[in-house]
Design a protein around this ligand. Structure first.
Ligand code: PRP
Length: 213
């Protein structure tokens, strides 16, 4: 058992809003605001250390118990799965998974096996399985919108936030796949071993989220 809790924060898009939430909870986050090349940060006025990591690694660290808590997008949770408690919807990092196609395409109007490009093959596979549709999934690492433009795929399953990327590339969303937002996750053993500390942290988060509503 550690004497301080450790939380993994997703670097990038969710990082600023996570820090804003912590500051609103009264945590002094100046070490994270000026991180330099350091990867582990100590919160001076709360028994919490903060690790900055890529989204899939946040889940890995929490699952393995080297971090008690994590903040990660539901997109990564849906894609990667894993054993942990998902305790709070933090209400920021809101976007959605959507199926999108080239404008004017009749995606459903054919019996051919449709090709779907995505960074999220598990999410896409389970979406089409539920529909009983046979699709061929092509894994792409980034800028998935290129796939239908280059005629590599008939559609994409991807994150849509403002919709600007789709619009500017002549694509349109035709169906929602799932809603996404940032979630607070907790290691299963830590929840028992550090119940009091973790419950107090969750309560402070909830109080701030309540205040925002
Ligand atoms: C995500 C997503 C879309 C874009 C959607 O990509 O894959 O491309 O954001 O946002 P919008 O609806 O507001 O335009 P990201 O910026 O993470 O880059 P990547 O595709 O290169 O991974």
């Amino acid at each position: 058992m550690r004497d301080r809790l450790r939380i993994a924060l997703t670097k990038g898009r969710l990082q600023d809003q996570s820090v804003e939430l912590f500051e609103a909870m009264g945590l002094d986050c100046h070490p994270i605001r000026e991180p330099g090349r350091r990867l582990v940060h100590t919160i001076p006025n709360y028994p919490l250390d903060v690790v900055l990591a890529k989204a899939p690694d946040v889940i890995t660290y929490v699952e393995h118990g080297v971090c008690d808590l994590g903040i990660v997008g539901k997109d990564t949770i849906l894609e990667q799965g894993g054993s942990f408690y998902e305790v709070l919807d933090l209400g920021f990092g809101k976007c959605r998974f959507a199926l999108a196609v080239k404008k004017g395409t009749d995606f459903y109007g054919t019996y051919k096996t449709r090709r779907i490009a995505t960074k999220y093959p598990n999410v896409a596979r389970s979406f089409f399985e539920k529909k009983g549709m046979d699709v061929s999934i092509i894994k792409i690492e980034g800028s998935v919108e290129l796939a239908p433009i280059l005629d590599l795929s008939d559609g994409i399953v991807d994150i849509v936030e403002t919709g600007a990327t789709l619009r500017e590339n002549g694509l349109v969303p035709i169906e929602d796949v799932a809603s996404v937002s940032a979630r607070l996750i907790v290691n299963i053993a830590s929840m028992k071993l550090n119940k009091q500390e973790i419950t107090e942290f969750i309560d402070r988060c909830e109080l701030e989220l309540e205040r925002r509503r």
